[in-house]
Write a protein that binds this ligand. Structure first.
Ligand SMILES: [Mn+2]
Length: 349
């Protein structure tokens, strides 16, 4: 691991105030739990956490500054893309640990997979970056199962097969056909369920990872929530209606879910038919949230969604090539569908 990242951590004193700002998902949350545990083991304990909210960045920066931090860690968020957010933090020492590819330069110290000469950055989730960095300073093997959770959540477990095997042996996790059905896989599901309700139960989830054992997490009320959401997902998948374009290569799906399950539904559909592209649109009262997936890498979902919301007010789109998201006001629904069809071939890789 490059020296500059380690020396950033080594300079922190035990009475320095730290804030960790993190993405609220199955990678960002275990990455944060692991970071807190690692810092605690280095006798650094004045740590506060602020979940990142993409659409309220100003409030997030104010919340961070409220703790008067000397150091700010930003985990699993490509914060360098938000100069107005970063400019609020200039009085602090910032380190971004993240695996979203951007071309944006920044004054802040940034650790990305590219800095470790790892090309497929989406296969090197933040939790693994945190683990690899902090393991050079303190032993984290007893909590390495949290890395397995993040790798499964970000669909990167196969890339780290040996590492996963070691964890499965160490913690006596049983192998299953699908990673998601293993014990760390179920914990990944629980995290994703905790963050797909409104309001999100992120902090409760983080607290579980920090203070509870694996059996306790599997018996928690968030585990109950996960079971409830899984029932809903099953129901949605069983009743799915596909709108097919480009000879079935592009599939558009409209759902009205009780929970925010668009990402999981699009994952399930796309892993079942890896050569096809699935665009799942979750319909809300006044806006649409979109999950785009293509697992065999012949379509750049991020590009497709970015092109397809172009010119829409109050819209956003982004993510990785195999998995991307977007949101836009309901009035653009028909335009968006037309744009998907028209831009599909432009997003071919
Ligand atoms: Mn994330």
């Amino acid at each position: 691991m490059l020296k500059k990242y380690k020396s950033f951590i080594k300079k922190i004193n035990s009475d320095d105030s730290i804030v960790i700002c993190y993405d609220q998902d199955g990678d960002g949350i275990p990455a944060t739990a692991l970071m807190i545990k690692a810092l605690n083991r280095l006798h650094i304990s004045k740590i506060n956490n602020v979940p990142f909210r993409r659409h309220s960045r100003l409030e997030v920066s104010e919340e961070i500054l409220k703790y008067n931090p000397k150091y700010v860690f930003i985990l699993d968020v490509s914060a360098e893309e938000y100069p107005e957010f970063m400019s609020k933090l200039t009085g602090t020492k910032v380190m971004i640990i993240d695996h979203h590819k951007t071309d944006t330069k920044s004054e802040a110290l940034i650790l990305k997979p590219e800095n470790l000469n790892f090309e497929k950055s989406y296969q090197y989730p933040t939790v693994k970056l945190v683990y690899d960095l902090m393991s050079e300073l303190v032993n984290l093997e007893d909590i390495s199962w949290m890395v397995a959770v993040g790798l499964i959540s970000d669909a990167s477990a196969d890339t780290w097969h040996e590492f996963m095997q070691k964890i499965f042996e160490e913690f006596k996790f049983k192998n299953k056909t699908e990673w998601i059905d293993t014990i760390p896989g179920v914990i990944a599901q629980i995290i994703n369920s905790a963050t797909s309700v409104n309001p999100k139960r992120t902090e409760e989830m983080l607290e579980l990872l920090l203070t509870k054992s694996i059996p306790e997490i599997l018996k928690s009320s968030l585990a109950d929530l996960n079971r409830d959401i899984n029932m809903e997902i099953k129901h949605v998948i069983e009743n799915i209606k596909l709108e097919k374009y480009h000879d079935g290569a592009l599939n558009i799906i409209q759902i009205e879910p009780k929970y925010a399950i668009g990402g999981v539904v699009s994952n399930k559909l796309s892993f079942a038919e890896r050569t096809k592209t699935f665009i799942v649109m979750s319909m809300y009262k006044d806006h649409v949230e979109v999950s785009g997936r293509n697992q065999n890498g012949n379509i750049d979902c991020s590009k497709l969604l970015k092109l397809s919301v172009k010119g829409f007010n109050d819209s956003n789109a982004g993510g990785h090539k195999p998995a991307a998201g977007a949101a836009f006001p309901l009035e653009y629904l028909d335009d968006f569908k037309k744009n998907l069809e028209n831009n599909f071939l432009l997003a071919k890789l």
